[in-house]
Write a protein that binds this ligand. Structure first.
Ligand code: C2E
Ligand code: MG
Ligand code: MG
Ligand code: MG
Length: 296
């Protein structure tokens, strides 16, 4: 059959490629429209301090409120948004929305005599390669009036892979704005530890794959304990993500992890629900943060 196509011998492959290309175009169009129509929303997941059990911050997590499909999780569209470059405008939207929201909550807390609230926002590799990223963030901070110290940018190790020199330069530019920098999914990236020396990082987030099997898998325990020690030796704060059980929390607290994030305390929730948690001054239970009696 391929022979019949004569000089267009490659035509054989075209239908498949076209279908894929069309599917991509469709999704790209849908994402573009979603942005125009305001179908993206942010959910917020609290980060909780293991010292006093209080909420110290939130991570902003993107959701697509699709008119027919309902709530679409980022795993289903971030990849494509990355490839098509749409993650750049979507990311700016998320950053602006999260900062505006954080400003409101932060003001309310400070007026109430409470500690400031930190807002963590994810940045993808594609966003990180935008030459005007620092300027864009500076603009959003100015526009929203959020104190820069209240903004935490989450980057994965992958953003350092392309051009380390450029990455270090950009990180310093970001630091100069006064924001906090966190390495997300720490331990899963293809990276060397040497970058931790030269990069102005403030926080390590332990990937939830290591947290998952805590208390049952001794290898994961060793990794988690080592990451906590590494962070503290480098004077970094350490946050464990994906904490779902009392046992995991207990283990992390005993090994001096600073903060946790996960379903155990709360799933990511809409802004009204998050605000309710702040108003209720929701805390970890006493038993979760109290040191257990030592069994020797
Ligand atoms: P991430 O930044 O590592 O976010 C943590 C993910 O873990 C979130 O998934 C969160 O809902 C989930 N999670 C939190 N606690 C638990 C738990 O106890 N158990 C389990 N099983 N999962 C938990 P989500 O919201 O689906 O986001 C997935 C990823 O999508 C994020 O991973 C991040 O890489 C990306 N993402 C989300 N929002 C944005 C955004 O605004 N911009 C960019 N560039 N990426 C985003
Ligand atoms: Mg994150
Ligand atoms: Mg993560
Ligand atoms: Mg992740």
């Amino acid at each position: 059959a391929a022979k019949k196509q004569g000089r267009n011998g490659f035509r054989f492959y075209q239908p498949v490629m076209n279908e894929e290309a069309l599917e991509r175009l469709r999704i790209e169009g849908a994402l573009r429209k979603a942005l125009e129509r305001g179908e993206f929303v942010l959910h917020y997941q609290p980060q909780v301090d293991l010292g006093d059990g209080a909420i110290t911050g939130a991570e902003a997590l993107l959701r697509w409120q699709h008119p027919e499909l309902g709530v679409v999780a980022p795993a289903r569209f971030i990849g494509l948004a990355e490839e098509t470059g749409l993650i750049v405008p979507i990311g700016v939207w998320a950053l602006r929305t999260a900062c505006a929201q954080a400003r409101v909550w932060h003001d309310a807390r400070v007026a109430d005599g409470q500690a400031p609230l930190r807002m963590a926002v994810n940045l993808s590799a594609r966003q990180f390669s935008q030459p005007d990223l620092a300027q864009c963030i500076a603009d959003v901070l100015e526009e929203t009036g959020l104190p820069p110290a209240c903004l935490e940018l989450e980057l994965t190790e992958s953003v350092f892979m392309d051009d380390v020199t450029q990455a270090v330069g950009l990180l310093h530019e970001l630091k100069a704005l006064g924001v906090t920098l966190a390495i997300d999914d720490f331990g899963t990236g293809y990276s060397s530890l040497s970058y931790l020396r030269s990069f102005p990082i403030d926080v390590l987030k332990i990937d939830r794959s290591f947290v998952n099997d805590l208390a049952t898998d001794t290898d994961d325990e060793a990794i988690v304990v080592s990451i906590i020690a590494l962070a503290h030796n480098l004077k970094l704060r350490v946050v464990a993500e994906g904490v779902e059980s009392r046992e995991q929390l207990e283990y992390l607290r005993r090994h001096d992890c600073d903060q946790i994030q996960g379903y155990y305390f709360s799933r990511p929730v809409g802004p009204l629900q998050f605000e309710q948690m702040l108003r209720d001054n929701k805390h970890l239970g006493r038993a979760d943060i109290a040191a257990p009696a030592r069994v020797e």
